[in-house]
Design a protein around this ligand. Structure first.
Ligand SMILES: [Fe+2]
Length: 499
């Protein structure tokens, strides 16, 4: 059996089995269930050697309502008008059919009140289990809960078991379990594998029941960690155009109820970044508002509610002796896109930029990855005005490119663009790897025939970027592999250095 058939069989078997479960659960979706449940599983975030943040949410039902009703599509004219409307009811009435509510719509996974408790322990030593007290989820934060686990051991796989109950008078109603691994410390030599993705949403999933195929494909590569560079969901795309907080939450609840996603996030150490579509809307900058939601509130929903939180929305993490990554934040600190370019105009903000330059200079990791939601090298389309490779941010873009060019073995990895590429400027140390959109139907925005001198690789299709750092004889090797949605390698680049 070739790989292709094995994958097809895997997807079909998964989809059929899950379809049966869904049919059973959607038949009873209006019945009173016990619950609460973990319909969104759990996520982790911001892991370093000694800490991680765990996020979960309680739901009314164990699964989303895939058999729900359809939203009313808006015309471009209606969308343009409503995005300036500050009335929640007008926005909802225009998209939700009469007499229905958001909970009746396709994919709804409403939240539920209740209590949660978490147990965790290193898998090699279940005897040292730590258990948190029962705590209520926060209905004002979409029925979510977060724990920061501290005092962890480096390079250790931990088991996580989370329990749900309605209250102290009820028994356990649901459990969810999974694992994560902490990064090795700066002295440790260990092969490290990772995956980087961008741009996908519920509408453009390539398995209508299970979610996005890249998730099982990435799991098959056994990554130590995964980075989502943002545009995890699209508030401003149809079905529905999420111009209220309730609709934004609806979109998260639906996306994270997808089985492929849910399975992946219980097994892999994960870093979530955000970009314009999951901060508020296309090419967003401070001062903008989308329907009833302000820019500040958009950041808060992402940074403080729907994803594991960190005091700062950026971080650098050492993954052993041979790898260090920097996760850059591209929305919170940026200037308004339309301002004239020049000194002071910024995407990263002065503080974050100085922090990057300082920590990059201080790092003795063999290979260093700067992971940015948006491109730094490009090329990008001439009509874009939102990132460091565009003309209107070229002052800061050039400052960053000149700084990075001083170093060998520093690589740029980016999301945002819906095509895969590797670019290298001849005569410089500058390399950029664009992971490309998360499904084939989501790919586009560049012509496959438009190959520029700096392109080493160009593919206008969906997939992900996989990477591996390893040692062989006297050398440290870094491999980047662009993969299609089924995990087949479509391009490889190798870098090596002596140690
Ligand atoms: Fe995107």
């Amino acid at each position: 059996m070739n790989n292709n058939n094995a994958f097809d069989l895997f997807f079909n078997a998964n989809s059929l089995g899950f379809l049966l479960i869904l049919l059973i659960s959607s038949c009873s979706s209006n019945d009173i269930t016990d619950g609460p449940y973990f319909g969104n599983g759990f996520h982790n975030g911001w892991a370093d050697q000694h800490s991680i943040v765990i996020w979960t949410r309680l739901t009314l039902r164990p699964e989303m309502n895939l058999g729900g009703q359809q939203f009313i599509p808006l015309t471009q004219e209606q969308h343009s008008k409503l995005r300036n409307c500050r009335n929640r009811d007008s926005i909802h009435l225009a998209q939700i059919p009469d007499s229905l509510t958001l909970d009746d719509m396709e994919g709804a996974c409403p939240g539920a009140t209740g209590e949660v408790k978490l147990k965790y322990y290193p898998m090699i030593d279940p005897g040292v289990t730590i258990e948190t007290p029962w705590e209520k989820v926060d209905p004002d934060k979409n029925y979510t809960m977060q724990w920061k686990l501290e005092g962890l051991e480096a390079n250790t796989r931990y088991q996580v078991d989370i329990y749900a109950r309605e209250d102290a008078n009820h028994g356990i109603s649901d459990t969810v379990s999974g694992t994560f691994i902490t990064p090795p410390d700066e002295e440790m030599v260990r092969e490290t594998r990772f995956c980087i993705v961008t741009c996908h949403d519920f509408n453009r999933r390539d398995d209508s029941i299970m979610g996005h195929k890249i998730y099982p494909s990435m799991l098959a590569t056994v990554p130590d960690f995964y980075v989502h560079t943002g545009d995890i969901e699209y508030y401003d795309m149809h079905n529905p155009r999420a111009m209220t907080e309730e609709m934004m939450r609806f979109k998260w609840d639906r996306l994270f109820a997808l089985p492929f996603q849910r399975q992946f996030f219980t097994e892999v150490t994960t870093y979530f970044m955000k970009d314009d579509h999951d901060a508020l809307c296309n090419d967003v900058f401070p001062g903008m508002q989308y329907g009833t939601v302000t820019f500040e509130r958009g950041l808060e929903i992402f940074d403080r509610e729907q994803f594991p939180s960190n005091p700062e929305p950026y971080k650098t993490i050492r993954w052993g002796k041979d790898l260090q990554i920097w996760l850059m934040e591209g929305r919170n600190f940026r200037s308004q896109n339309h301002l004239p370019d020049g000194p002071g105009k910024t995407i990263w903000g002065e503080e974050q930029k100085r922090w990057l330059f300082r920590t990059l200079e201080a790092s003795d990791a063999t290979f260093k990855l700067i992971i940015s939601p948006t491109p730094i090298l490009g090329p990008d389309r001439d009509n874009k005005n939102d990132n460091h490779s565009n003309q209107n941010f070229s002052y800061e873009g050039e400052e960053i490119r000149q700084f990075v060019d001083q170093f060998e073995n520093v690589f740029l990895c980016n999301g945002d663009r819906h095509w895969q590429y590797v670019t290298h400027r001849e005569g410089t140390n500058l390399w950029e790897f664009s992971c490309g959109a998360g499904s084939d139907v989501h790919a586009g925005g560049w012509k496959q025939t438009d190959l520029r001198p700096e392109h080493r690789f160009l593919r206008v299709k969906g997939g992900f970027l996989a990477g591996k750092v390893t040692r062989l004889e006297e050398k440290v090797l870094l491999t980047f592999q662009h993969c299609d949605v089924d995990g087949r390698i479509v391009h490889e680049e190798h870098f090596e250095t002596e140690y």
